[in-house]
Design a binder for this molecule. Structure first.
Ligand SMILES: Nc1ncnc2c1ncn2[C@@H]1O[C@H](COP(=O)(O)OP(=O)(O)OP(=O)(O)O)[C@@H](O)[C@H]1O
Length: 250
């Protein structure tokens, strides 16, 4: 299975130019993104790092169609200038092509692991049978085959994050956004999660964009972009080590 779909932008899944985002603060505006150029390649795990408040989450929100920038453009897959599209089309694009993983898991309390994943696939238009098969396969891929019928309250933090990853990967997204995906987890579970993100890039060909504070995650990255005070201050390619160790096992 591969999602190496090349849109209009060759190796690039995302190409953004001159992003400016301002928020109102009292009577004035605070500029949180100060003209950011950003790109991400298919098959790369691209890490976005930087201090708290530097604009990482804001950048991801403007790239993924969640937050409209005041200036700049975002080209993604076969879309030129995402923000020129209607909000309905942006939502549809996000649903069809992007997966999201957040720190807080964002699971529905009443649904089992299987239902959490199925619901998204059905929303995308899959039949019940196909949704069930795809959801089961995605949960098995993250090692949750034995937990299909459990609800979030009895799952550990690491298991919940794996459900969220299965939900994001089940639709085989070409672009996967992860915002602090390991920060609520211990080292062992953090390692499971970062390895799954690495695999999403290597084996599924997804462009994985991972926002993190944790410099230890750099070991898995193809590229590390550093942002400070709304500007990109460093951008380095790395050779990832898929077998890197985040924490000693107890
Ligand atoms: N909706 C908003 N309204 C006003 N200010 C905002 C809003 N969202 C973010 N900000 C401000 O923009 C700045 C950047 O926020 P952002 O969440 O992008 O930073 P971050 O680098 O992701 O930080 P963290 O690592 O703490 O999550 C912060 O100063 C924040 O207070």
């Amino acid at each position: 299975m591969t999602t190496k779909v090349h849109g209009n932008h060759g190796d690039f899944a995302i190409e953004a130019k001159g992003l400016v985002k301002r928020f109102k603060s009292g009577k004035s505006f605070v500029e949180v993104l100060k003209g950011v150029d950003f790109d991400a390649r298919h098959g790369d795990l691209t890490m976005v790092m930087g201090p708290s408040g530097s604009g990482k989450s804001t950048l991801v929100a403007t790239l993924s169609g969640l937050l409209r920038p005041e200036e700049g453009r975002v080209d993604m897959l076969d879309v030129d200038d995402l923000w020129k599209m209607s909000s309905g089309k942006i939502d549809k694009f996000r649903l069809d092509h992007c997966g999201f993983i957040f720190q807080g898991f964002n699971l529905f309390p009443a649904l089992t692991a299987l239902q959490q994943v199925e619901v998204v696939l059905k929303f995308q238009g899959l039949s019940s049978g196909d949704a069930k098969r795809r959801a089961t396969a995605a949960l098995e891929e993250v090692g949750l085959g034995p937990r299909l019928h459990q609800r979030p309250t009895i799952l550990s933090g690491g298991e919940k994050q794996r459900v969220a990853i299965a939900r994001a990967l089940a639709k085989d997204p070409q672009i996967l956004f992860a915002d602090e995906p390991t920060s609520a987890l211990d080292g062992e579970n953090g390692q499971i999660v970062i390895r799954l993100l690495r695999r999403a890039a290597t084996e599924h060909g997804a462009a994985v964009i991972c926002v993190t504070h944790d410099p230890r995650l750099e070991a898995w990255a193809d590229r590390v972009i550093k942002i400070e005070d709304g500007k990109i201050v460093d951008d380095q390619r790395h050779t990832p080590d898929p077998n890197a160790v985040l924490a000693s096992h107890h």
